[in-house]
Design a binder for this molecule. Structure first.
Ligand code: F6R
Length: 359
């Protein structure tokens, strides 16, 4: 079923604009209001704090979700790695609500936490791509990602679908709670802009293929840096590159690099700077200069409104909180091409399985 595509990963990257449109159709009414089960919204509305629990790429989608929930709906939100939460839970608030993000719905680490949450008797929601999966059956509520089957081991369209659905949920929650920032957020309009922006980026994949060749052909390590949502994205981008190309890659908060990790920068080390937020653009640029001075090869990926001369990849403008939905696309393509150019099976990286059903 991969048709004209050499690999599922490329097909799934290309499907992302369509996934955004499907989510709008499934969850947003003609008048811009959101269709989400009232019982779920009532339960969410009673919570004093949200706990997002997930693993890997889904955890990274949770980091963006926290920004959405806190900035647009003003509800404190924590994001936890499932395997850590399972045996070392944090102190919980009085009225917690749990959100499990999971493409497969079968991840053992997340299941372990949900079993515990059910014993405690707290309400939960699973956001998953697989109807009737274990995490979907065991949670109080379920929302489906409608991304279509994800076959490549490296997750791409599930990440963007999870963020988009979090944005839709935030909109619904904010409307239910009468929160102005959420009410003013035109989720369908913003996600349509995202879909168009993603399309521009997937149409220009030749640029990324060339950058992969020029900057990453022989490197053994690499860094992604960013601040705020760009830091959240840097962590996902680093995971994607390392898991399919075996290039050791770290996603770092730009400002934190100088507190030690900068010692790893050598002549020719690739550093990818993600810059979408006007508040921190100048700071990340100065962190990039620090690594350039130590010999790094910097690739700038920046949004049109904060772009500087010489930036190699310019991202279409979208709502700043949704910027990972577009900035992730060139990083997925970069991972794909670096893997391909090294002759690996990009759909089936070594040592990995599509769903991790052991703790
Ligand atoms: C990375 C990747 C994994 C999964 C993780 C959680 O590309 O696919 O990190 O994101 O194993 O899986 P789900 O989302 O199925 O719970």
């Amino acid at each position: 079923k991969k048709g004209a595509y050499p690999y599922y990963m490329l097909k799934e990257i290309d499907e992302q604009p369509g996934v955004m449109r499907t989510l709008i159709q499934e969850y947003v009414n003609e008048d811009g209001s959101v269709k989400i089960d009232q019982e779920l919204l009532d339960a969410l509305s009673k919570a004093d704090r949200l706990y997002i629990v997930a693993a890997g790429t889904s955890y990274h989608a949770g980091l963006v979700g926290k920004e959405l929930f806190e900035k647009l709906a003003h509800i404190p939100t924590e994001v936890h790695v499932a395997s850590e939460f399972a045996y070392n839970p944090p102190l919980l608030s009085e009225k917690p609500f749990f959100i499990f993000l999971t493409q497969s719905g079968e991840t053992a680490d997340s299941r372990q936490v949900l079993t515990q949450v059910n014993e405690w008797g707290y309400p939960s929601l699973t956001i998953t791509n697989v109807a009737n999966s274990t995490l979907s059956r065991e949670a109080t509520y379920t929302l489906l990602l409608h991304a279509g089957p994800e076959i490549a081991v490296a997750s791409t369209k599930a990440y963007t679908a999870q963020i988009a659905l979090e944005a839709i949920l935030v909109k619904a929650y904010g409307e239910a709670k009468n929160i102005k920032a959420a009410k003013d957020f035109d989720v369908a309009g913003e996600l349509t802009k995202v879909a168009n922006g993603m399309q521009e980026l997937v149409d220009e994949k030749g640029d990324i293929e060339k950058i992969a060749q020029d900057m990453f052909a022989t490197t053994r390590n690499a860094f992604y840096i960013g601040r705020g949502v760009d830091y959240a994205l840097a962590q996902e981008a680093a995971l994607k590159l390392k898991e399919v190309s075996y290039v050791q890659t770290e996603g770092f908060a730009s400002g934190e690099l100088k507190h030690g990790t900068i010692a790893l920068i050598e002549e020719g080390t690739p550093v990818v700077a993600i810059i979408t937020d006007p508040k921190t653009a100048a700071h990340t640029r100065s962190n990039a200069q620090e690594v350039i001075a130590r010999g790094a090869n910097v690739l700038f990926i920046s949004s049109r409104d904060v772009a500087a001369e010489g930036d190699q990849i310019i991202l279409p403008e979208v709502d700043p909180l949704l910027s990972p939905l577009v900035s992730v696309v060139p990083t997925q393509l970069l991972a794909y091409y670096v893997s391909l150019q090294r002759g690996y099976d990009v759909d089936k990286p070594r040592n990995l399985a599509k769903s991790v059903t052991v703790e």
